[in-house]
Design a binder for this molecule. Structure first.
Ligand SMILES: Nc1ncnc2c1ncn2[C@@H]1O[C@H](COP(=O)(O)OP(=O)(O)O)[C@@H](O)[C@H]1O
Ligand SMILES: [Mg+2]
Length: 145
């Protein structure tokens, strides 16, 4: 996928998300996790600019649902998740997007859609691999195909 296709794919996902959904976005630095999150937020009706939460760890946006956008890269210990309110927000009220969920795999929700962005061998393109954890996300995957 090109950058435009990555964003547009995020948009398509965003239009189909519902309260309580959680997406774990994996891939190396610069893979396109934030770009995909920007598309997802746009699909959820967020009009504010969506920026990388690398330094704030959490950014909250309001679309047709609240969007909790995390970047766990800078956290050192899983206990810090409690300090930033991870358990409170990752509940049924909004949509949770998590960059670097693989930093603390044991602290991630059992049910989530895992989205992996990986570079293609040639140039800028990215491959996106979706892995549903839980029936809700198998259903979502079918809707997206
Ligand atoms: N196919 C692609 N998909 C997503 N981003 C891409 C792609 N090709 C190039 N890019 C660029 O790579 C960068 C990805 O940045 P970002 O989304 O912040 O990555 P991450 O959050 O994974 O660190 C952006 O500048 C984007 O334009
Ligand atoms: Mg990012």
């Amino acid at each position: 996928m090109t950058p435009e296709e990555t964003e547009e794919f995020g948009f398509r996902i965003g239009t189909r998300l519902q309260a309580g959904d959680c997406l774990c976005l994996t891939g190396t630095l610069g893979a396109g996790k934030t770009l995909l999150a920007q598309g997802i937020a746009r699909g959820l009706g967020v009009t504010d600019p969506v920026t990388s939460p690398t330094f704030t760890v959490l950014q909250v946006y309001q679309g047709r649902l609240p969007v909790y956008h995390y970047d766990l890269y800078r956290l050192r210990r899983s206990e810090e998740l409690i300090d930033i309110g991870f358990d409170e927000y990752s509940g049924p009220s909004g949509v949770t997007l998590i960059e670097w969920p693989d930093m603390f795999p044991e602290s991630m929700p059992e049910e989530a859609l895992w989205v992996e962005l990986s570079p293609e061998s040639d140039g800028q393109a990215r491959k996106i691999t979706l892995t549903p954890h839980g029936n809700r996300y198998s259903v979502l995957l079918k809707e997206l195909s």
